[in-house]
Design a protein around this ligand. Sequence first.
Ligand code: SF4
Length: 464
Amino acid sequence: MSDNEQQKGVNRFGQNTTTMIPDDAPLARNPGHKLRTSNVIVNRKALTDEEALLNSYKLDKPTGQKIQFYNEAGQTGVIRIANSEEAPHVPNQFTGPSFRNPPQRFRFDGHKMMHHLDRVMAWQNGEHFAPIHIDMGLTKFCNTACIYCYAVVQNMTKGTMIGREALLSYIEDCGKLGVRSIGFIGDGEPTLNPALYDATVLAGKLGIDTSMATNGLLLDMDRAHDLLQNMSWIRFNLSAGTPDGFRRVHQSREENFDLLIDKIRELVRIKKEYGYKCTLGLQMVLIPECFDEVLPEAKLGAELGVDYFVIKHCSDSEYKEIGINYDEYLKIGDVLKEAESYSNGNYVVQAKWNKINAAAESALYKDGYRKYDVCYGTPFLLQISGNGKVYPCGPFFNKERFYIGDLHEQSFYEMVTGERYWQVHQDVQSSVDVHKDCAIGCRQDYVNKFLWDLKNPPEHINFI
Ligand code: SF4
């Protein structure tokens, strides 16, 4: 079978045409009416016949490929494997279920709103409802000083953190309200708040999923079991694969790199020994200063035995204080692809292409422009500052117009069922210009796009 090469011609109207019909494909005798090109079409029926379907070796003949049967969920499918290194193009020949696309283990580069349609329905019906997920800081300070840190623009305050009692009663309220997950991910480093561990255990008892993003250096290994038993995932903010890169990007001592690696290695060991489900991963915030660390970290993750290594864009603020030139990302695509090739059955390496490639998009979406005009996502995905103050989203921390309340002064249950909470979300929807007033690529971005599409359906929606 030859490759499908482009065949250029001029049709009966004098217009240029390009077809890709393989030279040796069987052609239909009575193709019906003429197409734009001609009346030459492939006889798809002749590509396979009943006998060929019964004998995989005979299937080699019409396609020039090796055939492998694949069983999954009681069904047999056919996988075609190219003989040559470069796969030949063949006409579409559906011969049963095919399982070429492995299921996606994680959804780093998108959202999961389809799994929470009850809340979406409540929103469409104009009801009040609890957030599906909350990202929450537990402190407003940190023990490292990563050069890409967004929290710096959120006013870091040394020593400030949500108090233990306020945190635990907030967790109780989340259980009462039906919040489904909480990520201890926010302005400050969560392990600096000693109540982290008890809050995690309490959430586990109440059936709330938890997770954490941490630099890991001060993680209390005596409480490792509490975390691994109760958290759905722990993500290490690590944007380097070498001690030198670690010093440069995280502005921390090189010895701390080894300390962190030892802790991650030990957590992986405990997880495996006790069969804990908690996913352990590494996350790099991509900036030009760590481009050379991508491949070393991809290899390091495989060697450590963590579940994933994800590479994400750096969110810059509405004033671009971190100074990211998103065009720089267009130079590193090959390296990111190579990093992804280190994935294996137990280890996923993935770049968040949608956002990393934003600079290659049209003027819309470049430089912070969004694919929607209104932010509807904040009631679904709320963000709380590490000092216990509740705002609709992280980029609006300290913007007092959008301040909802303080968990030290008011219960979270009262807040969510009260007026101020919904007034603020409404204010976001009616007054914020998402193209200008917002951080680039904020956390609610994917959710907002989904909700915008729902709110602005095209005509004829029943013609799916
Ligand atoms: S779109 Fe703007 S208002 Fe909405 S969550 Fe993102 S930064 Fe906040």
